[in-house]
Design a protein around this ligand. Structure first.
Ligand SMILES: *[C@@H]1O[C@H](CO)[C@@H](O)[C@H](O)[C@H]1NC(C)=O
Ligand SMILES: *[C@@H]1O[C@H](CO)[C@@H](O)[C@H](O)[C@H]1NC(C)=O
Length: 274
């Protein structure tokens, strides 16, 4: 279960093909009403380009034929998106799809055909899912303004809305920009079909005290190459005591906060590295 949260998401699908077509770049996720940029890279060292075409679910929507003097670029209107060419050079064509509809989900295929005499054809494709709902920064739950060094700081992080489909965002916690190791996070809120939907952070207050009393925590929600973060500064009550009160020293550690001889060590973030 935990794996779901720590596995890096493949941001871009690259399908390497032959020596003419180098591959496509298609985002794994996009959002209704939004934009997606598609790249198709080719290598014309061995031959010349006769045509380059983009297809969605088998329907052509973009065609570049360099030998066509009048209309080398041909874009077919579609109700699924608006197509514009972003750039085109000797190695790559990039198109932008805007006003994406949910029906723009599916397979994007780039087809490259070499010039006469070979007319060799190469294709590469990748899938994109257009989600109906936009994403938002995750919700942080249960955070307080200040903690005691003896406490275990616990903060939940989850999407603002339950996502009731198989496309789940990943959640990750960072402390001072460093990804938190699996020993300090726990998935929670298991749903029957799609697994846990939240990820809580557990940091001993003492670690924050050792790092100087405050540490910036970030929970990052990611979906493909889309990232949204929420932040919280974890603060631990620091007591500058110049002596140790031996009077209480036999007591349990939990109520011994007055006994803690605070040593402020600047920048100790090593604690949080996995
Ligand atoms: C294209 O295929 C995908 C996946 O099979 C589907 O979700 C989508 O609705 C299709 N779109 C069109 C316009 O055919
Ligand atoms: C794209 O989706 C189709 C069906 O939805 C699947 O058969 C195919 O393997 C997928 N292609 C890639 C590159 O993931």
């Amino acid at each position: 279960m935990q794996r779901v949260y720590i596995t890096a998401v493949l941001l871009v699908s690259c399908a390497a093909a032959g020596d003419l077509l180098r591959g496509v770049e298609v985002p794994q996720y996009a959002f209704a009403g939004g934009e997606a940029k598609l790249g198709c890279s080719y290598d014309l060292r061995a031959t010349r380009l006769y045509s380059l075409k983009w297809y969605h679910n088998g329907t052509e929507f973009y065609r570049y034929v360099p030998t066509e003097r009048v209309t080398p670029i041909n874009i077919k209107p579609s109700h699924k998106f608006l197509v514009t060419e972003v750039s085109r050079d000797e190695r790559r064509v990039e198109v932008s799809l805007t006003r994406l509809q949910v029906s723009a989900s599916g397979q994007y295929r780039c087809e490259v055909i070499a010039e006469h005499p070979s007319f060799r054809t190469e294709v590469a494709s990748a899938n994109m899912t257009v989600l109906r709902e936009p994403l938002a920064p995750p919700l942080l739950l249960g955070a307080r303004e200040i903690y005691e060094p003896s406490e275990l700081i616990k903060i939940g992080c989850q999407p603002r809305r339950p996502l009731l489909h198989e496309h789940r965002p990943t959640l990750q916690w960072f402390l001072e920009g460093t990804k938190v190791g699996p020993q300090w996070v726990t998935p929670y809120g298991t749903t029957l079909r799609y697994g846990p939907y939240g990820l809580s952070l557990h940091v001993p207050g003492q670690q924050v005290a050792s790092a100087g009393g405050s540490v910036k925590a970030e929970c990052r929600l990611s979906m493909g190459s889309h990232h949204y973060s929420s932040y919280k500064t974890l603060r631990v009550r620091m007591r500058m005591i110049s002596y140790v009160d031996n009077y209480h020293s036999t007591g349990s550690r939990d109520n011994s906060r007055n006994l803690i001889l605070v040593t402020v060590t600047a920048g100790v973030t090593l604690f949080f590295i996995m």
